[in-house]
Ligand binder design. Structure first.
Ligand code: UN1
Length: 505
């Protein structure tokens, strides 16, 4: 059995007295590491360490704080291949995605650390010439970061890079499926000598996450993950007005293909949106809303790719789709594929169970599920076309009429994360732009692949905040509106008299 990995609390690798858990390679079933599971005691210690480190950390300049992040940036770049492979081994994404995850992480660090030297805050006018008015931001304190397994390097840095540069301290819990990536990142923080308590790692499950969220000393919660957990967090935080949360959750995202679409782009965008990361991105598309005029040709071309798209060893560069992350997820995706049948859809491609000859040698214990594609009526209130599956489970929804109808179908979901329109007609794109209820929108592109300089998050049930880049600054800082008098006496705005009238007798 490999080494037993510990928690990283207050600059020390720390034993916990809880149970242990293992990380598993989803493509082979091999054990990658054994990890101690944080109990409430370690949550308490980690939050206490972050709380105690806060005053000193916030008193450094933003530029000095960012210097630590630049060291991490170089580590991420220098160890690109090794880390990319670790991502692929632990979460099963094919290797170009594993490496892109690391690239996205250093982009985020670059954004946050580079931002440290940029002007912050606003200078605003005052009615009184002798007054200066401006906004200042102060860090809020301890930030709890709870991150998902599907971007095990990038998303932690969406949260942590900005939180740290802004002067907050961090307690981070990676997903229980990807603790090894968490371990490597914690080693980086240790190696670059971030002051004790500024960064703390807790390995564990939802109980540790819940204890972090509930702890009174935690000021801000940044969460990316499932809608179920995100809503619980939002509820807990809402009960305490001094706490804040930015949660980014799931989606039931759609690609709209109009009668004016370039079908080469449409098929390419739909395949990327639906099958990259084996459909396990919160931005993945499970609905393709296609105009009747181009429906037959689109369907034939999409189905042809879905039947042949390369599922297999994610470390092999010729693979397009790796495995699903774990057995429980295979069960979930399979049960939604079964549900779709029960709900009476027309199944076009069913690779739920891959035949033995498609499974690479040595990968018999992997969590293999291939594409499942079906046609459904957009007007039917089916569960399979409205609930997030988080897998390669895709509905083709044919529409007639104009762009208004397509957008009506796109918006027929409780979620509002990502969406794409494929069209050569700018009027259609503009209508979509003005009416699609999404936080991330794309034209003539897949609905995946956001870059870190844009906000990332959704509307409706997809989130209550944007836990990435500039928007994280909103979550992890409080603003103070300052007015400073440079005059000799006091003068007030709004014509308010500053005279102190007295009665003489
Ligand atoms: C996620 O799916 O959880 O936009 C995040 C993208 C990536 C991030 C996805 N940059 O596809």
């Amino acid at each position: 059995m490999p080494n037993l990995h510990q928690q990283y609390i207050d600059g020390e690798w720390t034993d916990s007295d809880g149970e242990t858990f293992t990380s598993e390679n989803p493509a082979t079933g091999d054990t990658l590491g054994e990890f101690q599971r944080a109990t409430t005691r370690e949550v308490d210690e980690a939050v206490a360490a972050a709380d105690a480190a806060f005053e000193e950390w916030r008193s450094l300049s933003r530029i000095d704080r960012a210097e630590y992040l630049w060291d991490i940036y170089h580590e991420l770049r220098d160890r690109h291949q090794e880390l990319g492979e670790a991502v692929t081994r632990e979460c099963g994404k094919e290797i170009s995605e594993g490496k892109a995850d690391v690239t996205e992480a250093w982009h985020m660090v670059e954004w946050a650390a580079g931002d440290a030297r940029h002007p912050k805050g606003d200078v605003v006018p005052s009615e009184i010439p002798a007054k200066d008015a401006y906004m200042r931001r102060n860090p809020r304190g301890v930030t709890a970061c709870i991150t998902p397994w599907n971007f095990p390097v990038a998303i932690p840095f969406w949260h942590m890079a900005v939180a740290l540069v802004e002067g907050n301290t961090v307690v981070w819990k990676p997903a229980e499926q990807t603790p090894l990536c968490g371990q490597i990142i914690a080693e980086m923080f240790d190696d670059v000598g971030v002051p004790d308590g500024v960064f703390n790692l807790l390995q564990g499950h939802g109980d540790a996450g819940a204890a972090m969220v509930e702890d009174d000393r935690v000021d801000t919660v940044l969460f990316t993950g499932s809608a179920e957990v995100g809503h619980q967090i939002a509820e807990t935080v809402a009960a305490d007005s001094s706490k804040r949360a930015a949660c980014e959750m799931g989606g039931k995202n759609a690609v709209v293909v109009t009668d004016e679409a370039d079908l080469d782009i449409a098929v390419h965008a739909a395949v990327m949106s639906s099958f990259k990361t084996t459909g396990q991105r919160c931005v993945s598309s499970e609905r393709l809303v296609v105009h009747t005029d181009v429906y037959d040709e689109f369907k034939q071309r999409f189905v042809e790719v879905a039947e042949r798209v390369a599922v297999g060893d994610p470390l092999d560069e010729s693979t397009f789709m790796g495995p699903l992350v774990e057995d429980a997820h295979v069960e979930k995706v399979t049960s939604y594929n079964d549900l779709a049948r029960t709900e009476g859809v027309d199944v076009l491609v069913d690779r739920t169970e891959l035949p033995d000859e498609e499974i690479p040698d040595g990968h018999e214990n992997g969590h293999w599920v291939g594409p499942f594609v079906y046609e459904a009526d957009p007007d039917e209130p089916l569960r399979c076309t409205h609930e997030e599956v988080f897998g390669p489970h895709v509905a083709l929804l044919e529409y007639e009429g104009d762009i208004e109808r397509a957008v009506e179908i796109q918006n027929d979901t409780d979620y509002g994360l990502a969406g794409a329109i494929v069209s050569e007609d700018y009027r259609q794109i503009n209508y979509y732009r003005d009416h699609a209820e999404v936080g991330l929108a794309y034209a003539n592109l897949p609905c995946i692949g956001a870059e870190v300089q844009l906000p990332f998050g959704g509307v409706k049930k997809s989130g209550n905040g944007y836990p990435s880049a500039r928007e994280v600054i909103e979550a992890v800082t409080d603003r103070t509106a300052w007015t400073v008098n440079n005059g000799e006496g006091i003068e007030m705005a709004q014509g308010l008299s500053a005279d102190i009238n007295t009665r003489d007798d």
